[in-house]
Each structure stands twice: as structure tokens, then as C-alpha cells.
Design a protein around this ligand. Sequence first.
Ligand code: ADP
Ligand code: MG
Length: 323
Amino acid sequence: MSEFDLIGRYFAALGPERPDVALGVGDDCALLEIPAGQALAVSIDTLSAGVHFFPDCDPEHIGHKSLAVGLSDLAAMGAEPAWATLALTLPAADEDWIRAFATGFERLASAHGMRLVGGDTTRGPLSVAVQVHGLVPTGAAIRRSGARPGDAVFVSGTLGDAGLALRRMLAGESVAPELRRRLECPEPRVELGQRLRGVASAMIDLSDGLAGDLGHILRASAVGAVLELDRLPLAHQVADVVAATDDWSLPLASGDDYELCFCVPPAHIPNVERLAEALGLPLTRVGWIRASAGLDLRRPDGGRLTQPARGYDHFPVADDRAD
Ligand code: ADP
Ligand code: MG
């Protein structure tokens, strides 16, 4: 199968047709029409074999996850998904692999009304880069920089599930299917993100662990925060590990949660409670924003957790940074 056959068969008509796509896959560029009054939200992520997924991972899950991580970024801005481009680097034109990859990608794209409008296909070590494009009304995007002292800090879903699945897989242990799904097939919180427009003052998606990712909000907003550890929403498997070891790195510093962390002025807290009910998704208040810098990790007995809880860094520096 040639490169062009492959593109034509699996990627030329992926996702629903959209009236704002004047020209999709097949020319030198896609032509996209941005509606008046909307800003374009753009983000790109690369998943590399051996770094972001096991090389023998189910290709359907790789297709799903490579789009899910971008959708999670759109969610974190309050943007509505619109278009994607895909740069696929493959060691070989293995049609079974490509078909399964496209199936996983397509299912998630269609669920969010997103159309694949272009890409690039090359030979090399397995790697997938997906650029996502979303729309958000001008001025309505939720940035990291809007948190203010007194805001409540919320997280969606549960924390550390994917981290626990990864830890167990690396140790060669068995992993419960629901935990493994959290690692390989995360569900980006796209609707939640959009419905937090006008409610949340700041937001980020959790890809590197709550402590590090909330730290990005704190720096961008020039504030600090208190987290109450006993409020962290944990699945029972993660809660068991924390209870047995007093090691909080799963919920605070493991990657791939793809939940949203957001700050809410007190007046808007009832809206969040209503939203949790409407979406059938736990939205848990885990702490609050304060004026003085730093992240205070508070134990139930009032003591502070001092263990380092830093997110994943592909290029860690040898010396300890002050954050
Ligand atoms: P060019 O050489 O002009 O960059 P290509 O030969 O790389 O074009 O690609 C031909 C067409 O197929 C382009 O419209 C491109 O966007 C699209 N395309 C290539 N690879 C992919 C892919 N993996 N997914 C979606 N579209 C793709
Ligand atoms: Mg090209």
C-alpha cells in the first residue's frame, strides 16, 4: 500500500463533515473558516513509542489517546473541538495497525464533532503528533492566570488512577481493566471545560500531576494555594496505596490523569455543584487560593506534607529548583 493509498483509505474522511471546512485532506493546505466572534485555540502533542506508550500497546488505544490529550487541552481553555491534523511516523505500513489506530482516533473525533483536515505521513520510529484546533468565543477562554485569593480549587474525576496502572504495568503486575482504561483510554473533560466558561477563573488539565499542574496556575496567577489532602478524590485502589504507604505521589505527581483542575470564585461555587450533577461527574473542592506564594499540602491532622511532589519532566535539571 502506498502512502497515498493509506491516507486515502484511512484518513481522508475521518470524523464528521463540517460546514466550516472549505477544503480538507488532499491539497497542500486545509482551508478552514473561523466564525466571526470566535478565537482559534490551538495545541499540539506528540506521543512517542517507549516514552508515552508501550510499543506493543493496542493501536486503537494509541489512536484514542493521541487525540484525547489534545482534546484535554481544548477542554482546559473552555474551547469547543473543531479540527485536527495528524503527523504519523510509522516504522512500516502495517495496515492492521493503521486501521485499528484510525478506528480509535475516529471514534473519539466523532464523539466530539471533530474533523481530521490534514497531516503528514512518514517512515521512522513510531510516533504520533496531533494538533487540535478549537473555537472559543473571543475573550471567553479560561486561562491559567485568572486565579484570585479566596477562590476554591476544584478537580474533576479521580486522581492517580493512570499513574497506578502505569506503576503496576512497569512492575509486571496485573492491572484491573478499569484502571488500565484510565491510562490507555482517558476521557477528556470537553463538555465540563466549555460549561465552566464564565464560572472558573483559571483552569489547567492534569497531565503531569496535580501538584505540578496547579503550580502552573499559581505562578501564572501570582498566588499560592492550600490543598487539603483528605479531600483529594481517589479511586479505592489509589486510596489503598496511599493508606498503606503514606506516599502521595500517585494523586499529586503522577501523569496522565487528564482531569481538569479549576479555580472558582465563591459566588460561583453553587454553579459547580449543579454542573457535577448535570454531568454525572464528581467535581471535588480540594483547597483554596491564597495571596502568599507556594503550595501548602495540608494533612488531616493539620501537619504539612513535605515530600517532593513534582510532575513529570522530560528534561529534568540536576539541581533542585525552588518550585
Ligand atoms: P505535501 O507533500 O504537500 O505536504 P503530503 O503528500 O504530505 O502533502 O500529503 C498529502 C495530503 O494528505 C495533504 O492534504 C495532507 O494534509 C494529507 N495527509 C498526509 N498524511 C496525513 C495523515 N496522516 N492524516 C491526515 N491527512 C494526511
Ligand atoms: Mg507533507
